[in-house]
Write a new protein. Structure first.
Length: 132
């Protein structure tokens, strides 16, 4: 199995480089046809969220829709899929930053009580604790 990087995800979702986007589509079609799996690390998801939000100013709801689209692709294997599904479930009902939520959910899944932070907005969520 091979893993894919953030730029592969971004080319697929954003199609901001036509030649590279075509290569990604070809890769995905080949993986689906041959029943091969491609691994998507959790860090790639966080970075993809950041790029869609910060670089392309994509609205939150469209980012969530894009992530849902990715999760429906049967040839993609995600690191910590339960955490990612939790992210999608809770992200529609609040305004916390998606990367922060993903960090908090990942920490919780690994047995942490909370994530210590200086981020006052994140600290308002029960997954975080403001470091005084």
């Amino acid at each position: 199995m091979k893993a894919i990087d953030t730029n592969i995800i971004i080319r697929f979702l954003i199609n901001d480089d036509e030649m590279q986007a075509k290569k990604v589509l070809d890769l995905f079609k080949k993986a689906e046809k041959k029943e091969e799996k491609l691994f998507v690390p959790l860090l790639v998801i966080i970075e993809s969220i950041w790029v869609m939000d910060s670089v392309y100013a994509i609205p939150r709801i469209k980012i969530i829709e894009a992530l849902n689209k990715l999760f429906m692709l049967p040839f993609l294997i995600f690191e910590h899929p339960v955490v990612l599904h939790q992210l999608l479930q809770i992200s529609e009902n609040n305004n916390f930053d998606l990367p922060d939520l993903l960090i908090g959910l990942s920490a919780q899944a690994n047995g942490c009580e909370s994530v210590l932070t200086f981020d006052k907005k994140a600290a308002k969520h029960h997954l975080f604790e403001y470091l005084k």
